[in-house]
Design a binder for this molecule. Structure first.
Ligand code: UDP
Length: 239
């Protein structure tokens, strides 16, 4: 069997990735199915997989402040949105024959397990995919911060941030044709160049704990597998 570079990974997917770029739908089940296929390839080589999924396709706390909804209330709504996405991801993975557990930082025991760190690690050791729902459980944070935090807590070796672009560029590649992709950046370089890879809290957690981040295009088939197998031409490594 081919040997993966990483034993345990944390995959971060944004909520918006799930709607397939169509703001009129919440979840594109074809996208979800594709993601499950990609994840299955990594699962099959024995990698322990933790997943943090965002909620931006359903609800973002900060976006409703103008409408008079209190920020904390909005953030709680956003965190619940991540549980809805987590349930969808869980179903897609199970459809493809993978064992999973959805754990929530906000208790909702009829729906999923409460987050207990030791239990999460045990699930990972037993090769169950752990989906961390409800963000950090606290308002004013993001699911990128959740990804850094849960990766550190569950001793993952890397955060794989799946996006629509294949790495970090000198400029926005969707707007500037001369933009060049970085293969590798240090945390300090990324900060000095003000490259918005993750929000500052998420980024600081990774830097302080020497947790590498790889930004990559999750929509390109084979990318996730190749980078887990050690192909450093995929994405941008920040370490
Ligand atoms: N959120 C929060 N605390 C957390 C994580 C998320 O309050 O620890 C809320 C926040 O309102 C955020 C929403 O959940 O806007 C959805 O998460 P995020 O915006 O990170 O999702 P993504 O952009 O990855 O889809």
């Amino acid at each position: 069997m081919p040997q993966p570079k990483y034993k345990r990974i944390l995959l971060k997917l944004s909520g918006e990735a799930l709607n397939g770029g169509d703001k009129n739908q919440v979840i594109d089940f074809n996208v979800l199915d594709e993601y499950a296929r990609e994840i299955r390839r990594v699962y099959d080589v024995g990698v322990e997989i933790a997943i943090v999924i965002g909620g931006g396709n359903i609800f973002r706390g900060a976006s409703v402040e103008k409408s008079g909804i209190d920020r904390v209330q909005g953030d709680h709504m956003g965190m619940l949105a991540t549980v809805i996405n987590g349930m969808a991801v869980q179903s897609a993975l199970e459809k493809h024959g993978m064992y999973t557990r959805l754990m929530s930082a906000i208790k909702m025991e009829q729906v999923c397990e409460p987050l207990i760190r030791r239990r999460a690690i045990r699930h990972l050791e037993k090769k169950r995919i752990v989906i961390f729902g409800a963000g950090t459980g606290n308002p004013y944070f993001t699911t990128d911060t959740t990804a850094s935090l849960r990766a550190i807590e569950s001793e993952a070796e890397v955060v794989l941030k799946g996006t629509r672009v294949d790495g970090v560029y000198t400029a926005d590649p969707e707007k500037d044709a001369s933009a060049v992709k970085y293969a590798h950046l240090s945390f300090d370089e990324a900060l000095a160049k003000n490259l918005k890879i993750m929000d500052l809290t998420a980024f600081a957690l990774c830097k302080e704990n020497n947790l590498p981040i790889i930004v990559f295009d999750m929509n390109k088939p084979g990318n996730l597998y190749n980078l887990v197998m050690g192909d450093d031409s995929v994405g941008t490594l920040v370490s």
